[in-house]
Structure formats: C-alpha cells, structure tokens
Design a protein around this ligand. Sequence first.
Ligand SMILES: *Cc1c(COP(=O)(O)O)cnc(C)c1O
Length: 360
Amino acid sequence: MSFRLYIPGPVEVSEETLKAMGTTMIGHRSPEFVVLYQSVQPALQKLFYTQDPVFISTSSAWGVMEGAVRNVVSKGVLNCMSGAFSDKWFDVSKRCGKPAKALSYEWGTAVKPEDVRRELATGDFDAITLIHNETSTGTMNPLEEIMEVVRKFPEVISIVDSVSSFTVLPIEKDCLGIDVLLSGSQKALALPPGMALLTVSARAMARASEVEGRGYYFDFHEFKKNHDKGMTPSTPVISHIYALKQQLANIDKEGLENRYARHRHLNGLVRQWVHSKGLRLFPEEGYESLSLCCVANDGSLDIPAMNQFLRENKNAQMDQGYGKIKGKTFRINNMGNESEETISEYLGFLDEAIDATRSN
Ligand SMILES: *Cc1c(COP(=O)(O)O)cnc(C)c1O
C-alpha cells in the first residue's frame, strides 16, 4: 500500500522524476558522467544565485550540515536554535568536538538579528549556523536581516541551511554574503531523499584549508578538487543526478519567478483555509514559513484520528507534527510540485477528516 505524501518531506515525487531515476547507469569516472555533472552546474548556480561551485553530496542534508561544521569551525560556532533541526545542529557541532554555543529560542520564535549581533560581538565565534526555514515549526527566519549583521563580522563564516526553502523564494547567496549554503533533495526540490547540494565561498574554502580534522567524505577540498574535473570525490548517487537534471529542466520551464509566485499563492491558500477553520498558525506572527503551514492544535483536533481517517479513506499521508510539538501541531506542505489542484484537494480531505473526528 502506498500513500500520497502531503508531509513536508519527503514530499511527493512525480512519475517523471521517478522515471528519470531509472536512466541507464554510467561510470562515475566516465566522460558521460562529466557531461552529466557539468550540465547541471549552470542551473544550480543560477538557483543558488552564486558564482561559486555547487557540490553534489551523496548523503542526506545532515551529512553536509555536519560536514560544514567540520570544515570551517575552529574557534567556535554560534548555533541559532529555534526548532528540531536547528537544535540538533548544536548537538552535532558538539559531537564534532567543536566549541559551540546555543543562541536558543522557544520553538516557533524566529532568530533575531540583534541577538546574533550581541553574540558575535563577543569575538568568541568564527562560524554561525542558521536554518533559514525551520521545518519543524513552520518558521522562516529573517535571513536578509541576519546576514546584514553577520557580514559585519569578517571572521565569521556563515553556514545556512535552505533544505526547505531552496527555490521556494530567492536566496541570493553571493549578494547576501552567505559562505556555505546547503540544501537537501526531498523537500523543496521534490526529489527522493539521499542527495544534498552545497555551495561554498572562496572564504570558506580558505578557512577549511586551516582547519584540522575535516575528514574525507565531506571535505570541501575533496569536493572542489573533483568538481574541477566534473566529478565527485566518491561514487555519487547517479540516479539522483539524472532526476535533478529533470527537475532543473522543469524549474526552468516553469520559470523561477512563476515558481516563487506559485509557492506564495499556495501557501496563502492554506493560510486562508487555516483561518476559515478557526485555527491559527503556530509560529510567531510575521515569521510564518512560505514552504509549509504549521497549524496549532487548539485542542479540538484529534490528529492521530485524522491521520487514520486520511490513510483509510483517502490514501493520504498527513503530517502529525514534529518532535516535541507532535500532536500539538500538524503541518501542511506546499513545497515541490504542489499545485492549486492538489492543495485544494488535500484541504478538502482535511475538512472531511476534521468533520469525521472533531471532538467538540
Ligand atoms: C529535513 C531537514 C533537514 C534534515 O534533512 P535530512 O535529509 O534528514 O538530513 C535539515 N534541515 C531542515 C531545515 C530540514 O527540513
């Protein structure tokens, strides 16, 4: 039995993408691979708004999130924390043996530029991690304002996670001065899980040169050395690169501005629906995500029962909230290939699920 995914990752993957993944295998040191690898670069650089190389990592996003910390942190890293993924990045930094400090907020609250300024001004840090869109709480951090602060501290290398915001809205890497911008495959890009993308500034490459213990698999310099030959350090997930190529062509066909507008429009439809149900969004006002809506359970929703209803009657997989706010919230995804048709249909399913299960 398979269920149509309405969760914010992995998101539903199109037939077309699955078919692209089935393309005949090639050798990863062959000229055919070099052509494939190099053919996706221009589109990736365009989507990341960067002149820097975009590396392809055979790992989930956590691989490069950990890898980035291992490559650039020497003195200390400030981990901005406001939800499950950003909280975990602090833990991962410590596990890598790095001096790490938490800049911690209640879940659903956005990271504030003035707090970042205060912390960086201590001079204790040579790196910062920030999750642009905290998927667990549906909160979008004010990236431009935060980067404006970070740019004032030339010693600080910025590592930004755009796993659930990449191609949902423009993130202008070079313009904002982001040093390491990374993303995963199974959220905004609507590819299956297992691949990550990262783009690294010259500054961050230079820092990496001075940092001990970068390891091998996620070493920025291994990526760069191979990138220059149109290759990856080890055997990559070639099937995903075929799928990526197909999705990049799709994005190009849709047009970037249209894509951003579609996500904004769909997100607006979901917000309207939330309010029409007398419900509210979980995040701090003004920082609601454009990629998904995290809906607060006002106590009237039996989320496990809704989930069961949707699985049994609609063949649909809903989200039931993440981590410590599971059951207190549920999330509705509008990333990837979602359309007005699919979102409207799902909101109709949710109406039915609520009617069938609401306790008061
Ligand atoms: C899903 C997610 C991750 C982790 O991705 P994996 O593919 O599980 O490694 C990291 N950051 C954000 C913002 C996410 O939404």
